[in-house]
Design a protein around this ligand. Structure first.
Ligand code: SF4
Ligand code: SF4
Length: 428
């Protein structure tokens, strides 16, 4: 990346102002409804966390450069230029207090997509050198090592050896011509290896032909989180190259909300061409296997279970009904949260917030919203479908001295799977 300077930052902000951004700023009626949609505002009551206010650097550049009123103000010296000090101050608002969950975008009465604009404003923050150190470090590791947590292929291979030895299952790697190439998030590799074991068990039973890719196993896209299209493009291209090398028909996005948005929705735009394969989230695939009768479950749980919707999965990805149908495969006692699906509240750790140490204290405060929502259901167990949400919720509950098991949905399906003696042959 080029050296970060204020000038580059302002130029990056100018470049990010497209027709939707211009129309969003001109249509804002300053009603403040977005504030009530954002957990950083509702849980602190601090007006600086109002979503539209977080966009002030981008709004100023838009007004000064692209509106007559702003140009006149600038000519008369009445404008307030964006300075390094301002960007430094806004670092907290743009990174610590926004998960790009897009709840505010759903609520805004004039349809302003604030999360889209936060993502764009972060491009200016990166170019001006004002991204937080933790998020910068994760992005550098993602590009140079291949994973934001610094997980290398040999660490994955070690986990594979353990899983294979413990379970007797086979984890295929670099199988050319497999139908599906599964991606993982670093957190799944290091913190929740039961996810990978669960996949191997389910796919064996369902006869799914699949593989991991040794050159592209990481799904996390730190470029989207920090706000650098260059980094995001490099990481998407790595997956595309891996999938093309192995000639797969599908790429499976793992239990990670933002990874799905990054590869499925932003991916083709970033690399400037359609993918020669389809991207599916693991829950979409499991639901397809369920519908086709290729996976069945038994011994359903009777404790009350609830489900946390990862924001990127439900609001940006539309994967809402699939997890609920899958929950019915594992529990006879499912209770939904009050604000569910598209209106789900964020765990407070998405969009790079959980890799940003500066945000730890605020994240725990914002987590009160999720804590209360979970408590309202009276559930005994929380299930989710994002390794990042899972860790953030675990940490949050611990902070508030609440003991509650948190489980990944795919892993639950694997635990309840009916395993035949003679599984079907893998399809090609
Ligand atoms: S809800 Fe929409 S219109 Fe209202 S202040 Fe926020 S961005 Fe502006
Ligand atoms: S995207 Fe989510 S976290 Fe960010 S300002 Fe909007 S509601 Fe708040």
């Amino acid at each position: 990346m080029s050296e970060a300077t204020l000038e580059r930052g302002i130029n990056a902000l100018k470049e990010q102002i497209d027709a939707p951004v211009a129309s969003f700023f001109s249509s804002c009626v300053s009603c403040g409804m977005c504030a009530e949609a954002c957990l950083f505002y509702t849980e602190t009551g601090d007006p600086k966390y109002t979503p539209i206010y977080k966009l002030e650097p981008l709004r100023r550049v838009w007004e000064q450069e692209y509106t007559l009123f702003g140009k006149v103000k600038k000519a008369l010296g009445l404008h307030k230029p964006v300075t390094d000090e301002m960007l430094e101050e806004w670092q907290e608002l743009l990174y610590d207090s926004c998960t790009m969950c897009a709840r505010c975008s759903m609520i805004c009465p004039v349809g302003n997509d604030i999360a889209y604009m936060i993502r764009k404003t972060r491009e200016g923050m990166v170019a001006s050198g004002n991204a937080p150190e933790g998020v910068k470090g994760a992005s550098v590791r993602a590009v140079t090592i291949g994973s934001p947590m610094g997980v290398k292929l040999n660490a994955l291979e070690a986990q594979i050896r353990h899983i294979e030895a413990d379970s007797g299952l086979k984890i295929p790697v670099d199988v050319e011509g497999a139908d599906y190439m599964a991606l993982l998030s670093s957190m799944e590799i290091m913190n929740f290896p039961e996810y990978l074991e669960g996949l191997a068990k389910i796919f064996k039973q369902a006869g799914v032909s699949w593989t991991l890719c040794s050159t592209a196993f990481e799904a996390t896209n730190s470029g989207i989180q920090i706000g650098s299209s260059d980094i995001a493009r490099t990481l998407v291209q790595r997956v595309v190259d891996g999938a093309e090398r192995l000639k797969v028909k599908y790429v499976i996005s793992p239990e990670c909300g933002h990874a799905y948005t990054a590869i499925r929705w932003e991916g083709p735009n970033l690399i400037g061409r359609p993918f020669p394969f389809r991207v599916v989230h693991i829950l979409e695939l499991l639901d397809e296997l369920r519908a086709a009768g290729r996976i069945k479950t038994k011994d359903l749980e009777t404790d009350t279970h609830t489900f946390h919707d990862p924001c990127s999965l439900v609001r940006k990805g539309g994967v809402i009904d699939e997890p609920r149908r899958l929950m019915d495969m594992v529990t006879s006692n499912f209770v939904d949260m009050k604000d569910r699906g598209k209106l789900a509240w964020c765990c407070g750790g998405g969009g790079g917030v959980s890799s940003n140490e500066d945000a730890d204290e605020l994240r725990i405060k914002a987590f009160k919203r999720k804590r209360d929502q979970i408590a309202e259901t009276g559930a005994d167990v929380l299930v989710t479908a994002c390794a990042n949400c899972r860790l953030v919720i675990e940490e949050g509950l611990e902070e508030y001295n609440i003991e509650m098991p948190i489980v990944g949905l795919s892993e639950m399906i694997a635990d309840h799977l009916v395993v035949d003696d003679e599984p079907e042959e893998a399809e090609k």
